[in-house]
Ligand binder design. Structure first.
Ligand code: AMP
Length: 256
């Protein structure tokens, strides 16, 4: 059983890296932001409570967030463990989490704000299936249209200059102290989030003392064979049953 937290500023690739780590270790990827987005999309009561806050790039109230995390973890569908992304985001949430769950490690994806801005403002989300795109590295075959379902590609409601500025400020003010709490417990591994996602993933595994991720082995005709895990499944994502979110990295990819 492995329990990890993944932290990093928006667009640092938390969702992508969590999905890649979870795939072959059978960890359930839990993204609090995605749970909220799903609720907004489905017009639930919770969605109505968080929609405006999210759109402004602000943090949802701690009671609400803690209730969502508690309920999600109480589903106990994580036989081999979980990797939680987007939580905890402030000191109170960190204390709550440490009181309730023991964790094996905290992955801190490190990325300068200038790079975050560049990536986040290039993110697009399919309004049909939830597939993520990042226009910096790969555009869809037809501009503005999802390669998978043909749905319209739109920016996330909170991926605006204004909302991003709020989120970056919040991150530095509130989330950095969380890292300090975890550092005191020697849980934290910090990884440079700027390189290619495969390199970032291998660095995470090396620092956590995990075996490297299997890469596709070229077959005799030079084509990648099926023995490795693709970086992206090409499927609309799930993160513990949630719709896709932003990886902040190249290409269309499943959620997170
Ligand atoms: P994310 O996808 O992690 O960027 O989360 C999207 C939005 O959901 C954030 O901007 C917040 O409004 C809200 N949110 C997600 N996780 C938390 C959290 N741990 N505490 C407060 N608000 C959160």
């Amino acid at each position: 059983m492995r329990k990890y937290v993944i932290m990093g500023v928006q667009g640092s690739g938390k969702g992508t890296q969590a999905t890649m780590l979870g795939e072959d270790l059978d960890l359930v990827h839990i993204s609090v932001g995605e749970i909220f987005r799903l609720n907004v999309q489905q017009h639930t009561k919770l969605g109505a409570q968080v929609r405006r806050t999210m759109a402004a790039g602000e943090l949802v109230g701690d009671d609400l967030v803690e209730g969502v995390v508690k309920a999600r973890l109480a589903e106990h569908d994580w036989n081999f463990g979980f990797i939680i992304d987007g939580f905890p985001r402030n000191e109170r949430q960190a204390e709550f989490f440490l009181e309730s769950y023991d964790i094996d490690g905290v992955i801190h994806l490190d990325m300068p704000d200038s790079e975050v801005r560049r990536r986040v403002l290039a993110r697009r989300l399919c309004s049909g299936c939830g597939m993520d795109y990042n226009l910096l590295a790969s555009s869809p075959a037809v501009a503005g249209q999802c390669d998978v379902c043909g749905g319209e590609l739109i920016p996330r409601e909170d991926d605006t200059e204004e909302a991003l500025a709020v989120r970056l400020r919040d991150y530095h003010q509130k989330t950095n102290p969380v890292l300090d709490i975890f550092r005191r417990k020697e849980y934290v591994v910090t990884v440079d989030a700027r390189p290619d996602r495969e390199i970032v993933q291998q660095a995470i595994r090396a620092k956590l003392g995990l075996p490297p991720r299997a890469l596709p082995v070229p077959s005799q005709d030079g084509q990648p064979a099926s023995s490795g895990q693709p970086a992206s499944s090409g499927q609309p994502a799930s993160s513990g049953g949630q719709p896709a979110s932003s990886g902040g990295q190249a290409g269309p990819q499943p959620g997170g």
